[in-house]
Design a protein. Sequence first.
Length: 281
Amino acid sequence: MKLFTGFFFSFEKQKTSLYMYSNKIAWVTGASSGIGVEMVKQLELSGAKVVLSSRDVAKLERVRESLVKPENHLVLPLDLEDSTKFEALAAQVVHKFGRIDFLFNNGGVSQRSEAGSTPLEVDRKIMEVNYFGNIALTKAVLPYMRKQQSGHVVVISSIAGKFGFFLRSAYSASKHALHGFYESLMLEEECKGIRVTIACPGKINTLISVNALNEKGATHGKMDHNQETGMPPEQCVSILLNGVRKNKKEILIGNKEVKAVTLKRFLPKIFWKIIRKQPAT
């Protein structure tokens, strides 16, 4: 009898997790490319209604039209450098759908320049997009989640948020900052029914390197080997959404490169010997 009860409980738990996103409202930033596009697709297949945000309206519309039921979803242009509009945008989402269940803070910009050659204005731009724009949107959404007494904020950090790396000084700093903010938020809001998950992708096959900023603040314009040979975004997002379903506080996503996080923690001398030999791109 115990065996049967255990099997039934396990089956019901799995069934519940599969429908976690069903009829939920999920807001995805950076939804016009890469991981964001794949998030939108997999969330729709899981039954969610999705708000698609980025600066590129035309690309967002193409993503929405590619969905099974485009009429269920909302394109909402958003510039992470202009946080003055975030409260109004959050109110617009709630006015249309009645609530916000998930906020996927995925939008951001990477970097390909040495710290000593990068002007401070480029550092500030990266911080504005990746950190201040990110937390500003969360602060705009938070009052609605508190009122609901439920909600889940999912933050796309990076393996560079766990340690610094060549050509990533400001990018890595912005991702480190997200960990400090969201780990604090996690502790403060869990009593209000609000959950936080920080995802740390490693090498993922997206255009993040192409769109990265160089020391002049212009786009890098190249597909790096690390991205070209990285994990497919479909697999990355599948791991991410499963981790969110399990309410994981942190998710490392990638291939062997994510082992560097454990190596740094337990064998730092070996970590530094290995990491300095890795190609920057």
